[in-house]
Design a protein around this ligand. Structure first.
Ligand code: ARG
Length: 253
């Protein structure tokens, strides 16, 4: 019995270890690619009623169509997305991840699908710059580049973490914090949608290239994605979606 248990444990351990990301050929054979996102980060990935939509959701749909595959969406908490790649629970993550050295140790990034950065938002027009955050309480979403970049500022009094970016935004509205740092386009849309809230858009704290992620070393799938994405950039379909959401082209130069 004990031996059996040991064997079972060993087999389970091996299975966990060899959980290999699906290669392009395997995905093609299946005919369907599984793409994970958060669904709580408008206007990039969010729910309109029960319908998942947003700029990067539409871009992914264009790319997958070019690849000749069906797309199955999965939506999860932001924090769970990248780890699920290594466990082979989905093939791609597209959830506005900035390309960082740290993340690149764990996943393989495809070419960036837009360029943006972290913006300071406050209710008080005097809080605009990084220096203005000295002695202030700042809200950010857990696991984001906003968190790591605000943590780098020496004078900040406290960084408050929220599981969702919308919670960080709400903390600012209810004045539980002095500032909120989020994506430039997310902040602009939030300001436009809640004119009553009186958000004051401040400086950009940093800029970043935003890219889809694949399991580390899954080059066949990454290359096929990049090729299809290049076609989407070239044929005008990216530009059309970008114009629809932002009235400008947000591709990286
Ligand atoms: N761009 C930021 C980062 O790289 C935030 C991404 C947040 N995405 C989301 N789906 N909530 O960490």
């Amino acid at each position: 019995m004990k031996l059996l248990k040991t064997v079972v444990t060993a087999v389970a351990l091996c299975a966990a270890f060899v959980a290999q990301a699906r290669t392009l050929d395997e995905v093609k054979k299946d005919g369907k690619i599984i793409v994970a996102t958060e669904g709580q980060f408008a206007p990039f990935n969010y729910f309109k009623g029960t319908q998942l939509t947003g700029f990067e959701v539409e871009v992914a749909e264009l790319v997958v169509k070019k690849m000749g595959l069906k797309l199955e969406w999965k939506t999860l908490g932001f924090d769970a997305l990248l780890t699920g790649l290594a466990q082979n629970r989905w093939d791609v993550v597209i959830a506005s991840h900035g390309v960082t050295e740290e993340r690149a140790k764990a996943v393989t990034f495809a070419n960036p699908h837009y360029c943006s950065g972290g913006m300071i938002v406050a209710m008080d027009a005097k809080i605009r710059t990084a220096a203005d955050l000295t002695g202030k309480v700042v809200a950010v979403q857990t696991g984001t580049s906003y968190l790591t970049n605000v943590q780098k500022l020496a004078g900040v009094k406290e960084v408050k973490n929220f599981p969702q970016d919308t919670d960080a935004q709400r903390a600012l509205i209810s004045k539980r914090v002095d500032a909120w740092v989020s994506d430039k386009f997310v902040a602009k849309e939030a300001a436009a949608k809640n004119a009553k809230a009186g958000f004051k858009l401040g400086d950009m704290l940093f800029i970043e290239r935003i890219a889809p992620a694949m399991a580390l070393g899954n080059t066949s799938l990454t290359e096929a994605w990049n090729k299809a994405f290049a076609e989407v950039l070239a044929d005008g379909s990216y530009a059309a979606v970008s114009k629809k959401y932002f009235n400008e082209d947000v591709r990286c130069n």
